[in-house]
Write a protein that binds this ligand. Structure first.
Ligand SMILES: Nc1ncnc2c1ncn2[C@@H]1O[C@H](COP(=O)(O)OP(=O)(O)OP(=O)(O)O)[C@@H](O)[C@H]1O
Length: 305
């Protein structure tokens, strides 16, 4: 388990993390989301003892990271994929990490196989692509067979096959009882990976909820329909208690209803239907809406003259 308790971090005048409290439970993948500059990496760095909190504390397995005697055996982390010694081979890099944490050499070959780098294990890490570097970082995180895994943007730079692999790996770790904290910018990716969701913006907690509750609350379904008699359809929908609006182009948007239901209602009124399309507001949109007022860095598109 990871416990974040009233955690804050200031850099001079800048408050990067602001009075954050949440718990990351075992047996689940917890997605940690927020826009650029929200404070995700800073929080993870404090969990891993790489940054000192200005206030509050972060506990790993009930203790601050600094008090763990063989930390890689308790918590594995992927923070910066370029954090490897470029002149070393993948094998040498992992062997050095294993030696400093009392982990047998045999484990190095195992994790290299697990992340698919066995065939390049003697190449210098410097020659690795971004995706291979991510795989090596994940191998390092898994080296000590830890019960807690912290991954900062693990799918960054991975090809689609790699993205699916990381997703399955995290689910497997959670199924084995591990505590998995994974940061991302991508709400849709988290929706299919994480069981629990923590969203922060400007260092503050916005959402701490089961993923299924967040999805139920924020993905709204509707149907867009073009018919011969818009007013007739609107009246019929309203008579069945279905919220709807007429768009400027005359199409009817019905909320929280299926295509089949709207089709049945139109048919019952003998209204000719020319077009129907299901509408789903994406979770990505919900995430952007939630964080839009809280975004630290936003690109400004210049209007065309
Ligand atoms: N060492 C530092 N010195 C000064 N400011 C910092 C430092 N590290 C982070 N910050 C600032 O703290 C804020 C939070 O940064 P952080 O990297 O934790 O955000 P993030 O959510 O991980 O962002 P991203 O998604 O872009 O990686 C940012 O405004 C950042 O500029």
């Amino acid at each position: 388990m990871i416990q974040i308790e009233k955690l804050s971090k200031r850099y001079g005048d800048k408050v990067a993390v602001n009075d954050l409290t949440f718990t990351v439970a075992p047996g689940k993948v917890t997605g940690f989301l927020g826009p650029n500059g929200a404070g995700k990496s800073t929080t993870m760095r404090m969990v891993l003892g790489l940054d000192r909190p200005s206030a509050g504390r972060a506990l790993v397995d009930g203790r601050p990271y600094a008090e763990l005697s063989q930390p890689l055996r308790t918590v594995g982390a992927l923070l910066d994929a370029k954090g490897t010694h470029g002149a070393r081979s993948a094998y040498q890099h992992l062997r050095a990490l294993a030696a400093s944490n009392g982990i047998p050499d045999s484990r190095v070959g195992e994790v290299l196989g697990k992340v698919g780098l066995s065939s390049v294990s003697h190449q210098r890490a410097r020659s690795f692509s971004l995706g291979m570097g991510q795989r090596l970082g994940i191998a390092a995180a898994l080296l000590g067979n830890p019960k807690i895994v912290v991954l900062d943007e693990p799918v960054n730079g991975l090809d689609p096959e790699g993205v699916v692999w990381v997703r399955e790996l995290m689910k497997q770790l959670a199924a084995d009882g591990c505590t998995v904290l994974v940061s991302s910018h991508l709400m849709n990716e988290m929706a299919v990976t994480a069981d629990h969701l923590v969203i922060i913006a400007k260092g503050r907690l916005l959402v701490d909820s089961a993923m299924k509750d967040f999805i139920a609350q924020h993905s709204c379904h509707g149907v867009l329909t073009r018919v011969a008699n818009p007013q007739g359809l609107q009246d019929a929908l309203a008579a069945e208690g279905i919220r709807n609006t007429r768009l400027p182009d005359g199409r009817i948007e019905a909320m929280e209803v299926s295509v089949e239901e709207v089709g049945r209602i139109a048919h019952s009124q003998q209204i000719a239907v020319y077009e129907m399309a299901p509408q789903t507001a994406s979770l990505e949109e919900a995430f952007m809406k939630l964080t839009s007022q809280q975004t630290e860095y936003r690109a400004v598109l210049e209007a065309k003259q």
